[in-house]
Write a protein that binds this ligand. Structure first.
Ligand code: SSN
Length: 498
């Protein structure tokens, strides 16, 4: 470990910071480690093994061995063990929340919120494990019948991002384990400890050694480790959440061997408010969505379009509510806006604000610049811009920072065209009390998910995933998510006497 843990853990086993392979703590073959930085202070507080491609084979072989027995467990055994895991995670909620704050920077209340969201996935896949079904088919050919069965695909690799590290580890791993797959998780370099913690709890819950392995690596090691996992012949499925740029690389690596993959990629999500919307409702939803984790969610509202009749009023409401946010370290009392997780996000946000201001946007709150108070943390005060146009960088790319811009629109037709005018298609949001318009928007907005009078449409029970360059495949939801980890096999029988 680098420096001392800055907090005490009720379960000291969660302070074991080596990789987890075959149920054992494992270090990198090189012996190297990398530092974990608290984004709220900019200081290192722990370290993890800096694995490279030479560390991959042992982890995959372990997961492959585990798969031989685990895939034969009955669905009920899997469901019961998932339930035990779910309970272990809930019991460790306080420890996990503190780790999350120190890895991601998010405020403590949001960390608890993420854990509660995360355990909706363990809970959901307890149920899904026993609901996998094939089908029977009467053939067009006399005396012939066909059936389909679903089988776990094999060892899966999960490449998990740093913005919701517990929720997204659990969304991927619960589906894989429910399906009968084993999994190797490669967490982001910023957030390895949450993944290690939940994997240790999986072992405690009764999953066999190797069912859930974790390999950690630094930012420099990430491309090589990810590539080795994607290309290993015994890895049969890759699930990735991250940027569209990296998703295209991962998808290309999987395509080389025609490997199954799920891609949850970037968004550029429009948030549309019509004149007839309930503005208090829209305000509450926008505040929750935009400032959650300092704007660092793929589903965050990236472009906010407000109809001309309520534009000034709505901007005022948002500026007033934003002025009540309290920026600070995630563990400090009353903090409602934490730092961003990486200094790269600050560079990007500053570039976007500068570009927007140069092209005519107006600064109505904040500075558009990183915090200069010298705290050492990666802070940027919430910034609100008006007069934002579609040619600005912040309208074209994912912002991933506490920077919010407003654009005005006049007609439904215009806003649908502008909302869809992007390569991305993750989620869109629209607020109106006109029920016909609501349905039209649902059908016409090009996105894998649409929030109608809500800014929160992520849930375990609904399929999560984008279209266009926002990805392919679904995580969560009935049938579709577990099927991402299964193959469908058909058997055809000739039956004499029929
Ligand atoms: O940032 C990506 C995932 C966030 C969510 O599950 O709502």
């Amino acid at each position: 470990m680098g420096s001392e843990f800055p907090f005490t853990l009720a379960d000291s086993s969660l302070g074991q910071l080596d990789c987890l392979v075959d149920g054992e703590p494992v270090v990198a073959k090189s012996g190297n480690r990398f530092e974990i930085i608290d984004p709220g202070s900019g200081k290192s507080w722990a370290s993890c093994p800096d694995c490279r491609e030479e560390d991959v084979d042992a982890a995959v072989q372990s997961s492959h061995r585990a798969f031989q027995s685990y895939s034969k467990w009955t669905p009920r055994q899997r469901a019961q063990t998932l339930l035990k895991w779910h309970q272990e995670i809930i019991a460790a909620r306080d420890d996990l929340a503190k780790i999350l704050v120190h890895e991601t920077g998010k405020p403590l209340a949001e960390a608890y919120g993420e854990i509660d969201y995360a355990t909706t996935f363990t809970w959901w896949f307890v149920g899904e494990a026993e609901r996998v079904q094939g089908s029977s088919i009467v053939s067009a050919i006399p005396g012939r019948r066909a059936v389909t069965i679903k089988q776990p695909v094999g060892v899966a690799a999960a490449l998990v991002p740093w913005n919701f590290p517990i929720a997204l580890t659990l969304r991927k791993a619960s589906a894989a384990l429910a399906a009968g797959c084993t999994m190797i998780v490669k967490p982001s370099p910023e957030t390895p400890i949450t993944a290690l913690s939940v994997a240790r709890l999986a072992l405690k819950a009764g999953f066999p050694p190797g069912a859930l392995n974790v390999l950690t690596t630094s930012l420099e090691g990430t491309p090589r480790l990810a590539e080795a996992l994607c290309l290993h012949p015994l890895v049969k499925k890759v699930t990735f959440t991250g940027s569209t740029r990296v998703g295209k690389i991962i998808s290309g690596l999987c395509a080389r061997n025609l490997k199954k993959s799920t891609m949850e990629l970037g968004g550029n999500c429009p948030f549309i408010i019509f004149d007839d919307a309930n503005l208090d409702q829209a305000l509450g939803q926008l505040m929750g969505l935009k400032w959650r984790h300092a704007g660092q969610a793929c589903v965050s509202s990236n472009r906010v379009y407000v109809q001309r009749g309520v534009y000034d009023k709505f901007v005022d409401l948002v500026v007033n509510a934003t002025s009540q946010l309290k920026m600070g370290h995630g563990m400090a009392d009353g903090t409602t806006l934490g730092p961003v997780t990486t200094p790269r996000s600050l560079d990007r946000a500053e570039d976007m604000a500068k570009d927007a201001l140069a092209k005519g946007a107006k600064l109505v709150f904040g500075t558009g610049k990183r915090d200069a108070s010298g705290s050492g943390g990666y802070f940027m005060a919430p910034t609100v811009l008006t007069n934002v146009t579609d040619d600005m960088l912040m309208s074209q790319d994912e912002i991933f920072a506490p920077l919010l811009g407003f654009s005005v629109f006049d007609t439904e037709e215009e806003v649908i065209q502008r909302a869809n005018n992007t390569a991305m298609g993750l989620t869109s949001y629209a607020f109106t009390k006109n029920v016909d318009r609501l349905w039209r928007l649902f059908e016409l907005l090009e996105a894998g998910m649409v929030g109608l009078n809500t800014g929160n449409n992520s849930s375990a029970e609904a399929p999560f995933g984008g279209i266009k360059e926002s990805g392919s495949g679904k995580e969560s939801g009935k049938d579709v998510a577990i099927e991402e980890f299964m193959i469908t096999k058909s058997g055809t029988f000739t039956i004499e006497g029929l």
